[in-house]
Write a protein that binds this ligand. Structure first.
Ligand code: ATP
Length: 137
């Protein structure tokens, strides 16, 4: 089977004791905002992609507060192609904006308490990333 490696970046965004989670419009899973690095411009950095995706998918501006991202990995098949996806999540702090202004890629975006994040996230790799981020705080 044809295999493609993809790299995405995103944010685990904190607003006081609340955290930003989003519901994907296509697969309906609850996730952190993230997307392909270099989707908009060539040579985009992980950091720029993460901040851009948080603004697009999560509707809010945020800044990176810890330089070392958490790295996660998963695989899925799409139209007969195996996608190996590596995702880098940065810990971020909310600056401004409203999650209601998320784009079409997400069907919902909201700030919730940490307990709710763990309960709501769909994928184990995201839950693990959240646990790691909490440990580093
Ligand atoms: P990106 O935001 O990186 O551009 P995308 O929005 O195109 O990606 P994904 O969120 O990667 O798409 O979803 C593609 C497939 O992978 C879907 O079938 C989804 O259910 C699955 N998927 C998404 N996140 C994970 C994960 N953390 N672990 C396992 N499978 C996942």
């Amino acid at each position: 089977m044809k295999t493609v490696n993809q790299t995405s970046a995103g944010g685990i965004v904190r607003k006081g004791s609340l955290w930003l989670i989003c519901q994907h419009s296509q697969h309906k899973g609850w996730v952190f905002p993230k997307g392909l690095v270099g989707d908009h411009e060539k040579n985009e950095s992980l950091e720029s992609a993460a901040i851009r995706e948080v603004e697009e998918e999560g509707g809010v501006k945020a800044k990176i507060i810890y330089n070392e991202p958490v790295k996660t990995f998963y695989r899925y098949q799409w139209q007969g192609v195996l996608i190996n996806k590596t995702v880098y999540y940065f810990l971020m702090e909310y600056l401004s904006g409203d999650p209601k202004n998320h784009d079409w890629e997400m069907m919902d975006a909201k700030f919730v308490i940490a307990e709710e994040v763990t309960k709501t996230l769909t994928y184990d790799s995201d839950k693990e990333a959240f646990e790691k981020i909490l440990k580093d705080l």
